[in-house]
Design a protein around this ligand. Structure first.
Ligand code: NAD
Length: 354
């Protein structure tokens, strides 16, 4: 096995974590970074000592010996063109969710990866949270029997909600609950979603942004096995610890149940300056000296290992495409105020996409 050369495009919050993880991995030889904010480019370059740092991501795609590209840019409308360019350049691609803005774009990316025999995976980081993996394992190994009820409820802060909804018009379903839809479909595969019903609730976010941004969205998904599950996502919690996230999972089966409290209330920092805070509570997590609290480091290394050792990726783009179908249907359902049947007809652009 030879170490691989990796490029990161967009070194903001997530891309910064990915760059630092790659820089510290013996499996990564050369690291290259691309970022259009010069101050952030300089900051991440200082922390990761890359072979090259550029404001033009296309110049990295011309470098022949870069095998893998991780795309962490925003706004989300950059995902499709960047992934397309990278796949056409023959690079293995890790792409943050969402896979694209329109289903037809996702289909094209999947076809390009297949044709080029390239690894292509999407950043459903929560699969790399051991608590989430434990729920799936309990179900898959039969410990709790056959599933009869499944629920994930997640809330994040309104700072983060404003950051996300400010750069695109994607909904809580598309941008937040997407992780939990992916997680439950992954737990319950090979069952396929056949019907989606969703409602949105308004409050603080509409006041804050002046736009039709819901505070919360609830989604019921019915599978072809007859089982239905429920996913709720909200992004209007008070500021608190920046990027705080809280999640509750219930998976009930015929022989048992697993309940997961991922509310991050187990470590409390209390200071004169900042008052009480809940550190290590964001969705990607954060480095803590020599270790890492959260799923994003393991997820990043998984992709590097998949390329370096020619192993399969955990999240397939076909799975991400199915998740897209569900959150697109959820937005349509909330808009029409009625259930929506899958598969969706035609190739609708996401209802609320900007
Ligand atoms: N898996 C998770 O837990 C998780 C958490 C947060 C965000 N995300 C996803 O990750 C992506 C990144 O989110 P973020 O919070 O890190 O965003 P961010 O805004 O902090 O960072 C994105 C960066 O991309 C840069 N950029 C934009 N256009 C570029 C270009 N043409 N070339 C190079 N750089 C460019 C921006 O300047 C910015 O620094 C989003 O699409 C989001 O959906 C995933």
């Amino acid at each position: 096995m030879n170490p691989i050369n990796v490029a990161i495009i967009g070194t903001g919050w997530c891309g910064g974590i990915r760059a630092e993880t790659c820089a510290a991995s013996p499996l990564v030889n050369d690291l290259h970074i691309a970022e259009i904010r010069p101050d952030r480019l300089e900051e991440v370059a200082k922390a990761t000592n890359p072979k090259s740092a550029t404001e033009d991501y296309r110049s990295l795609l011309d470098i022949k010996d870069i095998e893998a590209v991780m795309i962490s840019a925003t706004p989300e409308s950059t995902h499709y063109p960047m992934a397309r360019d990278a796949l056409l350049a023959g690079k293995h691609v890790f792409l943050e969710k969402p896979i694209a803005v329109a289903p037809a774009e996702a289909d094209e990316l999947i076809a390009l990866a297949t044709r080029g025999n390239l690894k292509f995976t999407i950043g459903y980081s929560q699969r790399f949270n051991p608590k989430f993996a434990y729920v799936r394992k309990s179900l898959r190994e039969g410990t709790i029997g056959k599933p009869v009820s499944a629920l994930v409820s997640r809330h994040i802060t309104r700072n983060l909600g404003a950051k996300i909804s400010g750069r695109t018009k994607l909904s809580p379903a598309a941008m937040e609950s997407t992780h939990d839809i992916d997680f439950l479909l992954w737990c319950l595969e090979p069952a396929k979603p056949v019907r989606v019903y969703s409602q949105v609730n308004y409050g603080a976010m509409r006041e804050r942004t002046g736009a039709q941004v819901p505070d919360a969205q609830w989604i019921t998904v019915t599978l072809d096995t007859g089982l239905s599950f429920v996913v709720g996502g909200g992004w209007s919690l008070p500021p608190g610890y920046p990027n705080y996230s809280t999640t509750w999972i219930e998976m009930v089966g015929t022989e048992g149940a697993v309940f997961v409290d991922n509310s991050h209330r187990d470590v409390v920092l209390n200071t004169m300056k900042g008052g009480m805070m809940l550190p290590m509570s964001s969705m990607p997590g954060e480095p803590v000296d020599h270790t890492y609290a959260g799923p994003m480091r393991a997820e990043t290394l998984h992709f590097v290992e998949a390329v370096a050792f020619d192993r399969p990726v955990l999240v397939t783009p076909e799975q991400a495409r199915m998740v897209m179908e569900v959150y697109t249907a959820a937005d349509l359902s909330a808009e029409r105020n009625e259930p929506v049947t899958l598969p969706l007809k035609g190739s609708p652009k996401l209802a609320a996409a900007g």
